[in-house]
Design a protein around this ligand. Structure first.
Ligand code: ADP
Ligand code: 5GP
Length: 198
């Protein structure tokens, strides 16, 4: 029987650096990255099927009805969802799957798939978070305030996760996540069947 892959969920407040860290992590390692569906409009340079599957709200809601998502959430006025069958198939095939999703979605995945590895990314300080959201330049002043205020509330969810990683430098954050994944792969409850019933 093929050994199952790990499901690694990377989550945390907007601006903490989730996408940046995931990009660096997957450049160095062979992971299967889940492509989410969303109702938000593509940003410049984003490609359908690569960055996201861009759907109309109607199509998205049909997929919710048909139970096509492992999790879905409304984030800042748009819907986002993780395709269920593709992710579960990749895990069954032994691939280690990364989901980079918001906190509500991560908690839904934890209910559906508790054996996942849940990693919370934090900025080194709230001052640095503010700078990062501003430097990213993707927000209006209204959406900046919404995201920054949400970040304060969202930090409380850290206790629902298995691991926390401070994204001070991208290299440090990547190294810590690689160590977490390595340790998870050595956990007795994940490998004991293989050892005791070869
Ligand atoms: P998220 O995906 O969590 O919303 P991003 O990956 O978009 O966050 O990062 C937010 C901003 O912070 C981006 O401009 C990114 O370049 C910057 N950033 C991310 N990680 C770091 C870091 N370790 N040091 C400095 N800037 C960072
Ligand atoms: P963005 O619009 O900036 O690409 O993403 C906004 C937020 O949606 C980020 O916090 C990102 O992690 C989250 N997100 C992206 N894909 C998904 C998904 O499939 N499910 C959930 N719940 N959140 C997602």
């Amino acid at each position: 029987m093929e050994k199952k892959g790990l499901l690694i969920v990377i989550s945390g407040p907007s601006g903490a650096g989730k996408s940046t860290v995931c990009k660096a992590l997957t450049k160095k390692n062979k992971f299967w990255i889940s492509v989410s569906a969303t109702t938000r409009a593509p940003r410049k340079g984003e490609v359908n099927g690569v960055n996201y599957y861009f759907l109309t709200e109607e199509d998205f809601k049909d997929k919710i009805k048909n139970n096509n998502f492992l999790e879905h959430a409304e984030v800042y006025g748009n819907y986002y969802g993780t395709p269920r069958s593709q992710v579960l198939k990749a895990i069954e095939e032994g691939k280690d799957v990364i989901l980079e999703i918001d906190i509500q979605g991560a908690l839904m995945v934890k209910e559906a798939y508790p054996e996942g590895v849940f990693v919370f990314i934090l900025p080194p300080s709230m001052e640095e978070l503010k700078k990062r959201i501003i430097n990213r330049g993707s927000e209006t002043s209204e959406s900046f305030t919404t995201r920054f205020n949400s970040a304060y509330r969202e930090i409380n969810y850290v206790s629902k996760y298995n691991y926390v990683v401070i994204n001070d430098t991208v290299d440090n954050a990547v190294r810590n996540i690689e160590s977490i994944i390595m340790a998870e792969k050595c956990r007795v409850d994940r490998v004991k069947d293989e050892i005791l019933n070869p």
